[in-house]
Design a protein around this ligand. Structure first.
Ligand SMILES: O=P(O)(O)O[C@H]1O[C@H](CO)[C@@H](O)[C@H]1O
Ligand SMILES: O=c1cc[nH]c(=O)[nH]1
Length: 264
């Protein structure tokens, strides 16, 4: 049998192309917006100018474009820590300097309206992928420059926001104190009482990627941050209906923050 293998299994990239992301270095700008949902990439592209669709492989949809004078790449991470790790590692090796998650969350603070935004300043410790990259048990901070730029952008665009801590979990149902079967007894959930505990720990929402982004990005020297739209409020049991407008505002907010950071 002829051995035609030319890739290293330890780092199986080929000719500058990563194993998972459908791109090469010229596609990756220093600032990258990171939605979980691949469909949010085309929504982002419809807000940016001079858009180039880069491609899609698995959960990783990519595009790039301009917001004012700021070049921006957008890359979906898929759901959860493992696929977020892959996206962040491959993007960091292709030139990403700043990764900003543009996602959704379930608010646990009853005062957060649907469609308002959390500018994440800290991720509490909970998930497996993040633990691989940061073995401490300390909450992981977002990069201060990104938090400040996101706050400035939200104020400039007159969008409702608050700053606070996120609880990231590897699980959408039981792991977010949701029933996995309608009609089950909520008192029998293994996670019964989670939302109350999170409030006591200072978190105001739940998502599935921030902690991994912060841990992996910081370990690789990438600035990290996140702005999350309130897609649901678990304390008031409300679910967002005007999804499109909120996505539009989310993208404008993050892109404006990038333009502020680039102008420094
Ligand atoms: O709104 P996106 O970025 O897809 O993220 C949120 O939505 C997914 C769950 O529906 C999880 O990935 C959660 O973090
Ligand atoms: O409830 C929600 C909404 C969005 N994303 C989550 O992880 N949970």
């Amino acid at each position: 049998m002829t051995n035609t293998a030319s890739r290293s299994a330890a780092f199986p990239w080929l000719e500058g192309r990563p194993t998972h992301l459908p791109c090469e270095a010229t596609d990756v700008m220093p600032s990258v917006l990171l939605p979980g949902d691949p469909d949010r990439v085309s929504k982002t592209a419809s807000v940016l100018k001079q858009v180039k669709e880069i491609g899609r492989r698995r959960e990783f949809q990519m595009a790039r474009g301009m917001w004012n004078d700021a070049p921006i790449t957008v890359c979906s991470t898929g759901i959860g820590g493992p696929s977020t790790e892959i996206a962040v590692v491959e993007l960091a090796n292709l030139g990403m300097k700043r990764g900003i998650r543009v996602g959704g969350m379930g608010a646990t603070d009853p005062s957060m309206p649907l469609g308002s935004f959390l500018i994440v300043d800290t991720a509490l410790r909970n998930t497996g992928t993040a633990r691989v990259y940061d073995r401490s048990s300390e909450p992981i901070p977002a990069s201060a420059e990104i938090v400040e730029a996101l706050e400035r952008a939200a104020k400039a665009l007159n969008l409702p926001f608050r700053r606070g801590a996120i609880y990231t979990t590897d699980s959408y149902y039981w792991g977010q104190e949701r029933l996995a079967r309608p009609g089950a007894d909520p008192r029998e959930l293994p996670t019964a009482g989670l939302m109350r505990q999170l409030t006591e720990a200072g978190a105001v929402g739940m998502d599935m990627e921030c902690e991994a982004l912060f841990a992996v990005g910081r370990a690789l020297g990438v600035q990290v941050g996140a702005v999350l739209a309130v897609h649901g409020n678990r304390a008031t049991d409300q679910w967002l209906e005007d999804y499109e407008e909120t996505q539009h505002n989310l993208i404008r907010l993050a892109a404006t923050a990038v333009s502020f950071l680039d102008a420094r």
